[in-house]
Design a protein around this ligand. Sequence first.
Ligand SMILES: Nc1ncnc2c1ncn2[C@@H]1O[C@H](COP(=O)(O)OP(=O)(O)O)[C@@H](O)[C@H]1O
Ligand SMILES: [Mg+2]
Length: 396
Amino acid sequence: MLFADAAARIEASARELWPGRTVRLGARIPSVTCYVQNIDVDGRGLVAKVSYLGVSIVSLLRGARGDWPAVRAAQADYVTAPGALVGREAAQLRLMEKVPGLAVCPVAGARNGVLFTGRVLGPTLTDLLIAAPEHSAELLGRVTRSLQPLRFPALPRGAAVPQTPERGIRAVFVRKMRGAAGQLYLRRLGEERIRDGQEREQVRLLLVASVERLMRHRALSQPRCPALIHGDLKPEHLLFPEGADGAPVFLDPGLQYGGECADIAKLLSRTLLHLLATPYPPEAAERALAGIDVFVRAQARTPARAAGAQDLWLRRLVIMWLMDTVNITSSYLSAPAALPLPAPAPDLVGRALALAALVDRGSALLDADRTPMPRLWPRFLDAVRVLVRGETGAAR
Ligand SMILES: Nc1ncnc2c1ncn2[C@@H]1O[C@H](COP(=O)(O)OP(=O)(O)O)[C@@H](O)[C@H]1O
Ligand SMILES: [Mg+2]
């Protein structure tokens, strides 16, 4: 019902925005957050997106906002409310478009809670990493440099920046996992996605232990000097229309004031998940990981961080990396079977146990207090390497 309603909203909004033009709905794009679908208007390729109540589709289908008539009724008010999610996204994209040196997907229009962006063609960051893993460090470095103009000078002073705090790693983690509701959520994970009862139980136990540790360390995930960040930096939100040597075009921002570390943590957490889900020769995966190591060490050192600050930065990175992996893995595992999952999820749910084991090992490392993080970082990377060796390509 929700899917048909969303498609009808998209079509109706397109006809209102572009009367008399030929409107043709195309393939749906799987997402756990919004309803997203390709659409052509007079032959121009666009992507349309609808958010219901600013809540993820997974939560909606699980009944977080009541039954479908209740959601539909609430949506009527939501689309005209000033803080609606896609309205904020449109404003962010329009703002980012004006930042010299930053490329984003163009806003084609926004109407009745539907956002239309111009379809950007080109390989994603994952595609490029897979094609040339030896360039991983350089590519990742280029991505973070491309976001630099967002940080200080380019935005007009005092420009009102609509924010998307609900995409923050820490905010999502605490919201989902805290208290009795968090316990219940964790207890029900995998009900519709992991058939083997024993495996499901093991995944839950590992995640519960990891969540408990990460909660204890969560204070460290607060940035010291918040700055504007992309806020939802994932490989699938980075397209390279000019190929491997060109600049990235950013999609789906979730602008917020946070630490640059948060962008990097999500980028690496999601990159690893994509690498795991891609048939990838183990040597190539190892090369990509070596590139991630070089990239992270370089980031930890900038701008000329003192040893103590490097330690803190690495610790914060690992905490947020693991929090994000828990956030997204739990979303996939709690998604109703009826919801088509986007890449890399379909290939990952079968390997939830290995992923949960990584989060468990990584979070246990954080508990080894007093060991300086530059010594713990290689151990975390070893845990990642073990996972990659066991899970990619020929070894699978
Ligand atoms: N303008 C665009 N050009 C190309 N691909 C797009 C565009 N907008 C969205 N997509 C694709 O659709 C996916 C989901 O859209 P997105 O805006 O990220 O929605 P959500 O908020 O649900 O994550 C993206 O990850 C990307 O693969
Ligand atoms: Mg997205």
